[in-house]
Design a protein. Sequence first.
Length: 253
Amino acid sequence: MARRKLIYEGKAKILYEGPEPGTYVQYFKDDATAGNGAKKDVIEGKGVLNNRMSEFFMVGLGNIGIPTHFIRRINMREQLIRQVEIIPLEVIVRNFAAGSMAKRLGMEEGAALPRPIVEFSYKDDKLGDPLVPEEYIIAFGWASQQDMDDIVSMALRVNDFLSGTMYGVGIKLIDFKIEIGRIWDNEFPRLVVADEISPDCCRLWDVETGQKLDKDVFRQDLGNLADAYTEVARRLGVLPSNVTHRPKPTLIN
Ligand SMILES: Nc1ncnc2c1ncn2[C@@H]1O[C@H](COP(=O)(O)OP(=O)(O)OP(=O)(O)O)[C@@H](O)[C@H]1O
Ligand SMILES: [Mg+2]
């Protein structure tokens, strides 16, 4: 196969030029980073698990009418996606206090919030992805007021879908981050969920035990990250072995 053109290599994924114009191939790496790259490791199998889980969530969102960049999974580590103009924001939805919010406000990790809270960070590694008010986003032209209204309602729908799906497998969705992209359909801009949805960008706690099953396991040295992600994938029924070694159908008489 001819060598593909590299578009971008990030901390967790690589984008290559896709087979058709307007598409990319998204390759999921095994690299794990935290604290904006300060802590790094290679977690064998993470890329395979995240590729499957991101596929699972993007397909699910598509099925309930939330557009995403996902086209199809190509293999264990790659999926075909639509090329989008990424809005340079991390869109964060929080159901329970944790991470930077708990720290900033002196709240206990896991404290329930009065309602889901949507917040935005400006995507800039050099600045450490600082939290920005909507006012800045509109004033600097990163997105319009209409975009922001659409992004908030989309983020809340994604939250309902993810919370419900996770709760169904005994997992509490504490918070998550998504990225939104713009695509052009015959001159009309449309917003879609892009990047990835995986335990790399969510906080997931077991409903019964409170055990963490997300990237905090790596950030806080709480154990084996691949085991935690495997557990999430197993509960969702998307463990690669389930899929690749599915028994052949047998005739029942
Ligand atoms: N459909 C898409 N079209 C174009 N770019 C995309 C799409 N989906 C995701 N991206 C971008 O691809 C990159 C994915 O790589 P990765 O997540 O490893 O980057 P990163 O190191 O986290 O850096 P960044 O701070 O840019 O996210 C991100 O920059 C993301 O914004
Ligand atoms: Mg990223």
